[in-house]
Ligand binder design. Structure first.
Ligand SMILES: [Zn+2]
Length: 242
């Protein structure tokens, strides 16, 4: 299946926290949208990898994803090397997305910056003809997505552009809450963590409000692009701005 947009996260829940609203906007626009989780989040303090898998499936339903896969790389220890790049190239070529969204270039969790670099390198290499990959014995076509955008997660980074998600904020929060072991669940007999307090979930909402304020809407998600975005005319630009 060919997808329009493929979002990658180092851990299940990265995508929900950072770009779920955008994915919902794109789904509402009729786009085909998928998520690839690089690891199972097995080092998370609360819950287990099995529970995270169920939570990710529940979140996928809320986000109406066409595809959600897990590459089962090692949480905390995956590397940006040939073995891992080939795994990412294979999944990029499988779904042939025009746009890839992935982790912030630097963040509190070291896996996030590492994942961003792995994605940038794999996206470039995926376009090279002489790197051959196969999917169940079938040789894959080369594919380089037109754009790679980094979403912003924990650490504040100044976005290059933001997407208005005002209509989708409720569903975004529902998709985050699908990770019942991770967020705002005082009933669980598990240690409190940085992300498990109500304050953390509040901070996700404040962040979306702040990015929204920058363009005069209620909620937005911010993105970083290393590739310059251009327009054919001021008219084209004005048509696109909120
Ligand atoms: Zn993460």
């Amino acid at each position: 299946m060919k997808l329009d947009i493929l979002a990658f996260g180092a851990h299940p829940d990265d995508v929900e926290l950072s770009c779920a609203g955008t994915l919902l906007v794109e789904k509402a626009n009729g786009k085909k949208v998928g998520v690839i989780d690089l690891t199972r989040g097995e080092l998370g303090t609360r819950g287990t990898a099995e529970l995270r898998k169920k939570e990710a499936a529940a979140a996928a339903k809320i986000l109406q994803l066409d595809v959600r896969e897990n590459l089962q790389l090692a949480d905390g220890f995956f590397k940006n090397d040939e073995v891992h790049q080939r795994q990412v190239i294979q999944v990029i070529r499988k779904y042939q997305p025009e746009i890839i969204i992935c982790n912030a270039p630097e963040d509190r969790h070291p896996d996030h910056g590492k994942a961003a670099q792995l994605m940038e390198d794999a996206v470039f290499l995926s376009g090279l003809r002489k790197i051959e990959t196969d999917d169940n014995g079938q040789q894959q076509q080369v594919w380089r997505p037109a754009y790679v955008f980094n979403y912003i997660q924990d650490r504040y980074l100044h976005p290059n552009f933001v997407i208005n998600i005002s209509e989708m904020m409720e569903q975004k929060i529902a998709s985050i809450r699908a990770y019942g072991t991770q967020f705002d669940n005082a009933d669980l007999n598990e240690p409190q963590t940085y992300i498990s307090t109500p304050d953390f979930l509040d901070s996700v909402i404040y962040r979306a409000k702040m990015y929204g304020k920058m363009i005069g809407v209620k909620y937005a998600e911010g993105y970083i692009t290393r590739k310059m975005i251009g327009f054919n005319s001021f008219d084209a630009f004005i048509k696109e701005i909120t």
